[in-house]
Design a protein around this ligand. Sequence first.
Ligand code: SAH
Ligand code: SF4
Length: 352
Amino acid sequence: MPELNNIKNFTRKELIEWINDKTKSFSKNHAFRANQIFLWLYQKKVNSFSEMKNIGDGIRKLLEENFWISSIKKIETKCSEDGSRKYRLLLEDGHSIESVFMPHKNHNTLCISTQVGCGMGCDFCMTGKMGLVRNLETYEIIDQVLTIHNELSEKQRLRNIVFMGMGEPFHNYKNLMQSLEILTDEHGLNFSQRRITVSTSGLIPKIRRFGNEKIKTNLAISLNGARDEVRSKLMPVNKVYNLEGLIKVCRKFPLSSRRRITFEYILIRDLTDSIDDAKCLIRLLQGLKFKINLIPYNSIPGSKYRSPTKEQARKFQKYLLDHRIVAPLRISKGQDIQGACGQLVVKNSFGN
Ligand code: SAH
Ligand code: SF4
């Protein structure tokens, strides 16, 4: 018997092809069937094929013989004083991942993971300290959204998805793209491409490739240092893809008229938070369409780095604002529950 595949690994196009292949003999309207199945999975969010009432017996049997429908288990929810919630979700193989829900006045954002751990080894990041355990399957990326979506009230509807949880999304490129297709499919989860942001540590060939994709989400780049010397110390990826190459690929990145690249910049006391650093940053990004998210460093246990003072963070921000740069200072959400940037970690693969 063939191993069952997870149906949420399939884009709608792939499902149409699959049905096409299997049912030539008894169904002509394959696209319509795939649309119905997607509706059940992503809008009605059913967990079994038997609940798909308007799917004919023949196809339903085929689906049951070839696929399974996953659902992810929540094993822990931590609520922060600022309203954000960190979820620990259990995967089939016993590993767990984390997703963070962040409420805002008029929009809610979900931060999702693409890997268990991360192999990029950034020195300031707790997920990086875990190393890479494995890539997530497409369905595991999608299930984070479905699971958390399910427990929100109508008023808390999710509007934004950010790929800023555990992992380097571009190291799991294929599954990232599959999940983006399902997330933005009008028969799938129907998120606007403009409301999704994929954040990378700066893998140049993948940034180039991403720019040529049909799906156009927002791109964020974790910059964190404006000089190679500092960035290489913080992010080993910079030794392979340095700032010159990174900025060059950003200059060529296709952006529609109202879009810009987001650069994430961690303010670390006495390392990246001086006015000289701000000057360097402005010089580096000159001529690009961009904004800078300033993130005061969140301390992680045993770290040699320190958070900036509030005054210094404000001073840095003011310098950028005075140079007409959009530079929100992101006071990290969920710091008290270790759900803030770079604080996502699962102590061991079974979460103990
Ligand atoms: N791996 C991807 C996406 C997830 S990391 C990437 O690096 O872009 C999400 C963001 O958290 C990154 O911008 C990273 O720079 C930031 N971050 C990691 N550790 C942090 C820490 N200790 N304090 C503040 N920000 C941190
Ligand atoms: Fe990985 Fe991003 Fe953390 Fe770097 S900052 S180790 S790329 S998750």
